[in-house]
Design a protein around this ligand. Sequence first.
Ligand code: AHR
Length: 521
Amino acid sequence: MQTAKIVADPEFRIGEVDPRLFGSFLEHLGRAIYGGIYEPEHPISDDMGFRRDVIELVRELDVPVVRYPGGNFVSGYNWLDGVGPKERRPKRLDLAWKTLETNAVGTDEFCEWARRAGVGVYMAVNLGEGGINEARSLVEYCNHPGGSLYSDMRIANGRRQPHDIKLWCLGNEMDAPWQLGHKNADDYGKLAATTAAAMKWVDPTIELVACGSSHRGMPTFGDWEATVLDHTYDAVDYLSLHQYYFCDPVKAPPPLDTYFPQEPVPLGTYLAKPILMDDFIRSVVATCDYVRAKKRAKKHMYLAFDEWNTWNPRAGDLQGVNDNPWQVAPPLFEAPYTHQDALVVGLMLITLLRHADRVKIACMAQLVNTIAPIRTVAGGGAVRETIFYPLLHTSRLGRGTVLDLQVRSPHYENDEFDTVPMLDAVATLNEAREEVTIFAVNRSQDGPLPLEGDLRGVAGYGVVEHLVMEHADPRAVNTVEQPDTVVPHNRGDASLADGRLTATLPKLSWNVIRLSKAAGR
Ligand code: AHR
């Protein structure tokens, strides 16, 4: 049996982890908002109709920031529809998902939910149908203390204190033909730059994210980033990336037929997809640095990977809405997550951590019910999906400094990938707590992978625990009836003596090896 090897030394580092790397996303889509975070009829909902059990799960994940209100939804959203007395709020056709938006939840309710859940708000403005005026008015509504039209409107709506939202994105997936108000890179870049200036004139303390490509396979990828940055380099702080990985085919109407797979994806290929995410990040960093060089700029552009996840759409999710449109909050994209999805999510988190020097913000898309780690039952309980756990582990244990881990691993190959390492891993150091955590996935479908580690500089450390998520059936899921089918256990066999680590990573497993100075005493 071949062995994988890692070498880590606390002297050699990639960068600090920005806590916003473990962010999330809630869109007015399916039952994410209505029936997800908000269900006034639920017996355990609070005085504003927010589900307390969902808030507890969000707190468990320690989510730092949540992007809102879209997604494709935002490109047709007028934020004024969602503020003021609820009985006066209009019902609108949401063209993105062909549903009926009641506007029962809007900016003020969402900001209050975020406060109760202990998360920051990452607000998206509409640059599809909307423009400079709507965007800068929303900044005024949210962040200006008072004495102006929109800040006084907020106060009249019962919110004396500003929401003080620090992070904003300039539209959503504006490169995509499925986007309402889709633009070419020049038109979007100009609009984003002038809107950014107006928003920062209202509140100079905010940070802004410009839209990058909707995914790495977009025909305009590369040119889009370069052109948008040409216009916006001085005006924005981050450029966005989006990427989902799919394993099952789904029939989708155009233009979404190019977005979703039409053929099944073999497991070995599915597990290798995060290699493309790594390449995606490297390419966008290179493009940012190319524009920086052209402009002789001092500033570095950072990345916001503000939509990422695995996604298992079912035919009804796409056809159903088209066949039976204008429902209020129909269940959409709620296929349960499998063990193999959790492995891909773990690999995506490892990839994000490995780029912590440039990726400062990342949002798992989404948070509740719609392509999400938390699923609710109307009037009932809430389930932790399989993908909940890798996010939980990295969010709770992956903060601090990412070490420059060297990895040597046996590999496999297939039609799409020349070399797929069985092992992918990353290590973080929490200096204050004197802890090192190794996150590792064994992609092998055949058997366990022995791991040896040379952990220089942490010779006195010991193993706190070795958490493992494994399952004999890669398609196993957690259900309401059996919520603990795929959950981590702490029976991993990692041991550490004089800085030499040994562990066995079971086949198709997610591993978290926690080391600390205290455990070595
Ligand atoms: O998260 C679901 C959708 O995926 C979002 O609305 C859109 O931005 C992306 O294409």
